[in-house]
Design a protein around this ligand. Sequence first.
Ligand SMILES: [Zn+2]
Length: 145
Amino acid sequence: MQIKNRNVKKFIEAGKAFFTVRNKETGNRFSYRVFRAGKTHLGKIPPWFVWTRGSNGKYIYVGTIFEKKGFVTTSKSKVTEKDIRFQAFKWLYANAKKLPAKVEVFHEGKCCRCGKALTDPVSIEKGIGPICEKNYGWYWKGGSV
Ligand SMILES: [Zn+2]
């Protein structure tokens, strides 16, 4: 299910986001999962950890989004910052609030905040379950993403 472009940033930052981004013009697409660290992580504002899904279906750790540094690789990253999978996410995150129409983001039927499978068609359309939507303080305009 496609996430409306205006909601992409919120979706990515929700806590357990699984999604695929596609460039309609080039046909390039990448799948990511972005999990937020627990609130106690290092006693600071929790960062987000970013993985990409490889062709074998397994996830590869790409890097971390820090509040001040932004998206960077860390010592555990399996790719370099020159890798297209790193660069594609860096671009997506930087432009998430103003994505061009050629870029589409699709969720995988899992709640972006808790990662559980969505079953209610209304939730599937939104990409978030009703309880998480309430807790996240995220009220979709018009009831759909
Ligand atoms: Zn949820």
